[in-house]
Design a protein around this ligand. Structure first.
Ligand SMILES: *[C@@H]1O[C@H](CO)[C@@H](O)[C@H](O)[C@H]1NC(C)=O
Ligand SMILES: *[C@@H]1O[C@H](CO)[C@@H](O)[C@H](O)[C@H]1NC(C)=O
Ligand SMILES: *[C@@H]1O[C@H](CO)[C@@H](O)[C@H](O)[C@H]1NC(C)=O
Ligand SMILES: *[C@@H]1O[C@H](CO)[C@@H](O)[C@H](O)[C@H]1NC(C)=O
Length: 355
């Protein structure tokens, strides 16, 4: 106790985190993070040749995987797949503990993924253009902080009195390239990563927003049994089997994507899939309904898929579009603990982690 009290003033606090918020959440942090190793690698991708000078090539369209391997690792790797930026997995909105540190403390190997052309994998094989779009106000609504800009939901799990927190949230975004071609490109690179063994032999994807559709396709494209589960937080986009009257929409990056039934059945081979929604998402929302239909179809083929409404099913109120960064993310994480436990994905490996 005395040591703890002495240490607090000595810590250099991250910007925007005051001593009070650190000490109040300190109880969650009483276990150190013990890492065996951390690092990163490029994976997937291709090499293209300059048609005007065959001496010149470009290595492009790979993804980037950053990894953190606990000293006493569990078997299952958690691949944290953002839509907007890896930052959402790193901290709670107020700078407090995010999913990355929470699950490292629990012993899960954590992988932070930037798909091809995105973030730290931005050498694409095709031209890309960044056009400033004045998106801050739209971002506020899209992330379900409130019904209109700076009009917060009264119960929102966000530090609304901290303008620095809002600035951090909206500034952290980077280009997502939400179009059909990129969804396929991202899924392919992620499937190569999953099949490589470098992410382990028991992988659970944690995804947010547009990452959910990519992860579903990844499980379909993978040729190994390394992928064991998917937990999507507010997935905007679903895969469906052909033969039903569901029309594929390949105009944007949000599906529906229709695949042959035999391919769709691969989703039914996973240990478990969970589609999670916050309480400010209307049950009549197109994507909520798609998640219910997708889960029902997976289960019809003998799979194990479930829709989890954080409000109605778990009593958590005020969730944003990114519940794992919310002020109550410790409670959201407990639901993930239960999911991993229930499906036997929480076992310890019993040895150091090897690639
Ligand atoms: C190859 O040369 C053509 C004609 O000069 C030019 O239009 C094109 O942009 C060049 N392509 C590359 C990849 O440099
Ligand atoms: C390509 O490399 C070869 C061998 O070094 C050289 O002879 C040729 O001039 C190079 N071509 C160009 C377009 O630079
Ligand atoms: C899986 O195998 C098929 C058929 O060989 C291939 O087309 C596909 O690219 C493979 N997927 C990956 C991720 O390598
Ligand atoms: C297909 O369309 C019919 C008629 O509109 C409808 O009854 C049925 O529920 C639809 N099936 C699916 C899987 O959406």
């Amino acid at each position: 106790m005395a040591t703890t009290l002495l240490l607090v003033p000595l810590l250099s606090l991250p910007h925007g985190v005051n001593a009070e918020s650190l000490s109040s959440s300190h109880r969650d942090w009483d276990k150190p993070i013990m890492l065996d190793r951390s690092g990163g690698f490029q994976i997937g991708g291709t090499i293209i040749t300059n048609p005007n000078n065959t001496n010149q090539t470009l290595s492009c369209d790979h993804g980037y995987m950053e990894y953190f391997l606990p000293w006493e690792p569990r078997q299952t790797s958690l691949v944290m797949w953002h839509s907007s930026s890896t930052q959402v997995w790193q901290n709670r909105w107020d700078g407090g503990q995010g999913y990355k540190d929470m699950f490292l403390r629990r012993g899960y190997p954590v992988f932070l993924w930037d798909g091809p052309r995105v973030g730290r994998a931005n050498w694409g094989c095709r031209p890309t253009t960044y056009i400033p779009q004045y998106r801050d106000q739209g971002n506020f609504v899209a992330w379900n902080f409130g019904p209109s800009f700076m009009n917060w939901w009264p119960d929102v799990q966000f530090p609304t009195n901290d303008p620095g927190a809002w600035q951090q949230a909206t500034s952290a975004r980077y280009d997502e390239f939400d179009n059909y071609e990129n969804v396929l490109l991202h899924a392919h690179a992620a499937a190569v990563a999953a099949d490589s063994g470098k992410v382990g032999k028991s992988i659970v994807y944690l995804t947010n927003s547009a990452g959910g559709l990519r992860a579903q396709l990844t499980a379909i494209r993978s040729n190994t049994t390394n992928i064991k589960g998917i937990v999507t937080y507010e997935s905007i986009g679903y895969v469906f089997p052909s033969g039903l009257n569901i029309t594929q929409d390949a105009r944007g990056g949000f599906g529906p994507i229709v695949v042959p039934v035999e391919e769709f059945k691969k989703l039914a081979k996973l240990a478990a899939i969970q589609f999670v929604w916050g309480d400010h998402r209307d049950p009549t929302d197109t994507y909520v309904q798609q998640s219910r239909l997708c889960a029902a179809l997976i289960n019809q083929y003998g799979g194990n898929a479930q829709v989890l409404m954080l409000g109605d099913d778990a009593g958590l109120k005020g969730s944003t579009h990114i519940p794992f960064a919310d002020m109550d993310n410790a409670k959201v994480a407990k639901l993930l603990d239960k999911f991993l436990e229930r499906h036997g994905l929480n076992r310890f490996l019993g040895k150091r982690w090897r690639f």
